[in-house]
Design a protein around this ligand. Structure first.
Ligand SMILES: [Zn+2]
Length: 203
């Protein structure tokens, strides 16, 4: 359910254990704020799971502010159903992976800028991996990867392995995968399937 608040009448209002209304106010300081209950519940689960501060960088947006920051006209930020955030010290890929397991409906992992977009759209699902303006809408959030594969999912893998993130699964990435698999008692086959992904992303 989406709730409407006037910030001037609800200063200091706590929405859950770790979130206050002030974090969801539009950056243009608009007094009216829209916030979805489901969104707060998911954010609190992220906070509890990682045990680290969740820093909201953008939540509710008025139409004029949304336009100013280049948001799409149907952005879920306009209805209080979306938040962009960073979990302190945690890779956005790990946060996206956790939200995927929770079944969240809209998840965007922004690799180069390092934040996560979460929304609670009621129709359909969106899984976006975005890097340098390029988006891949993956049918499977973490597809099986091997030598020769390209794209943002490879870039994400490379980020997690601390190798050059050029988006091309070549020899350097292959060696890094094998080393990781050896060190983590996985089959050393240089294929990044569900087991290797979950080892890389779970905690
Ligand atoms: Zn967003």
């Amino acid at each position: 359910m989406i709730k409407k608040y006037l910030f001037s009448e609800n200063r200091g209002l706590r929405l859950s254990e770790n979130f206050t209304l002030s974090e969801f106010v539009c950056a243009d300081k608009n007094d009216e704020v829209l916030v979805s209950d489901e969104l707060i519940a998911l954010l609190q689960r992220v906070r509890d799971h990682f045990g680290k501060p969740v820093i909201i960088t953008s939540a509710y947006r008025t139409a004029s502010h949304n336009k100013k920051v280049g948001g799409t006209s149907k952005s879920y930020h306009l209805t209080g159903e979306a938040a962009d955030f960073v979990v302190s010290g945690i890779s956005p890929a790990r946060v996206g992976y956790y939200l995927d397991k929770l079944g969240a409906s809209g998840i965007g992992v922004y690799l180069s800028s390092g934040f996560v977009h979460l929304d609670v759209r009621s129709k359909g699902k969106w899984r976006g991996l975005i890097s340098s303006g390029k988006e891949e809408n993956l049918s499977e959030y973490f597809p099986t990867l091997y030598k020769g594969k390209r794209g943002n999912s490879v870039r994400l893998l490379q980020t997690l392995l601390n190798v050059d993130a050029d988006g091309i699964f070549g020899n350097q990435t292959r060696e890094a995968v094998k080393k990781y698999q050896r060190e983590n008692d996985l089959d050393v086959d240089a294929y990044v399937g569900p087991l290797t992904w979950s080892a890389l992303l779970d905690s």
